[in-house]
Design a protein around this ligand. Structure first.
Ligand SMILES: *Cc1c(COP(=O)(O)O)cnc(C)c1O
Length: 377
């Protein structure tokens, strides 16, 4: 069976975990946590990176740092993972879902503008498949209406918009290092922050409401409880796994692009005959090959194709069921404007196996099986 995903492994992970144990500091903010943060701050050109226990938690931190009041509205695509919405629901915000651009499955800036009310406080663009949203337009809208921007860059680690790393353009950026993402630590994430004052609040929030981070830097002589907070630090053992992956970032990125390009070239004849649609990457986006998907004619066609591939030992999967139609989505949010594309396009989208350790021969086999699908011939 060719799996849909396997956690990435490059080779040095276990060595580094052993080193973390030998350093004798397994809690958060140890040596490997520092190395990961420094690496990302340099690579992504951002002032501050805080490693977290997940992207969900990075989003929760961002939602706290936006100082939302109950009833405030947060605009996001309905086509996203539950955590994007959950983080803001936990702060009492009302979620306002809007439609996506069918070419990228990213939030449509025109729909954002149309959904803004007196109560709107935050816009949450989600960089689907690691392909950048139209950030100039989104930042312009935010500026004009005095809104904050929290980037859900869970899938957008080491991907770029006009040369800027995704997650570093809005006020806050949230990354995921879940085992399904490009760079992994099993479960984990990070919060990217440029503003120094916001970073100080984030540090306190992440360390149970204490100024412990300042204490360790020798900026205060004892640490105390200074505000509300929680615990969002991963163990240094997890950071050790991640550091091995970050060091190998170029190699991981290259391999993923090789798989992505193989699928894209092999399946082009089907797209040219109008039988499928392929992903679109705008000029302004440098993507990270997080995902390869195709779109089929409709839901029934997709279900049959998934079954056909499964019988040949290939595991392909569909993706998000739009949040606005889920029970919690109805309770905590509303869809603003018309659902022109979200539902229709989500029903057609199918993801192909994509992970660092995928054999190129297996990727060829996947493409070959699709090309030979009787309904395409
Ligand atoms: C994976 C993902 C998340 C959640 O990441 P975790 O690290 O598992 O919490 C959030 N948003 C999007 C768009 C994702 O793809």
């Amino acid at each position: 069976m060719i799996d849909f995903n396997r956690p990435p492994f490059v080779g040095k992970e276990l060595d580094y975990i052993k080193q973390a144990v030998d350093f004798g500091k397994l809690c958060g903010d140890g040596e490997f946590t520092k190395r990961c943060s420094r690496w990302m701050e340099q690579q992504f050109d951002v002032n501050h990176i805080l490693l977290t226990t997940s992207c969900t938690h990075a989003l929760e931190m961002a939602a706290y740092l936006c100082d939302l009041q109950p009833g405030d509205e947060v605009i996001m695509p309905s086509y996203t993972f539950v955590s994007t919405a959950d983080a803001f629901v936990l702060r009492g915000a009302k979620i306002v879902f809007v439609d996506v651009d069918p070419k990228t499955m990213n939030i449509d800036p025109d729909c954002i503008e149309a959904a803004i009310t007196e109560k709107t406080k935050v816009i949450v663009p989600v960089h689907y498949a690691g392909v950048a949203c139209d950030m100039d337009r989104i930042m312009d809208i935010a500026k004009k209406h005095n809104l904050l921007v929290v980037e859900d860059a869970a899938q957008g680690v080491n991907a770029y918009y006009k040369g800027k790393a995704l997650g570093t353009i809005g006020e806050f950026g949230c990354y995921s290092f879940h085992e399904t993402k490009n760079y992994s630590m099993g479960e984990g994430g990070a919060l990217a922050v440029n503003d120094n004052e916001a970073f100080e609040r984030a540090e306190i929030l992440r360390e149970k409401g204490t100024d412990r981070s300042k204490f360790f830097r020798g900026q205060v002589d004892k640490y105390t409880w200074v505000n509300y907070g929680s615990s969002y630090l991963p163990s240094d053992m997890n950071a050790a796994y991640l550091y091995a992956q970050l060091e190998a970032a170029e190699e991981i990125d290259k391999k993923r692009h090789a798989i992505w390009n193989l699928y894209d070239e092999a399946l082009r004849p089907l797209a040219e005959r109008g039988l499928i649609e392929q992903p679109f990457v705008p000029e302004y986006a440098k993507h990270n090959a997080h995902m390869y998907y195709i779109k089929t004619k409709d839901l029934a066609f997709r279900s049959e194709l998934i079954k056909y591939l499964h019988d040949l030992g290939v595991c392909c999967v569909f993706h998000y069921i739009p949040l606005h139609s889920a029970a919690a989505g109805l309770k905590f949010g509303r869809f603003a404007g018309e659902d022109k594309y979200t539902t229709k396009e989500s029903e057609r989208l199918m993801r192909l196996p994509m992970f660092y350790n995928l054999d190129m021969k297996d990727a060829e086999y996947v493409a070959d099986c699709i090309l030979k699908y009787p309904k395409f011939n």
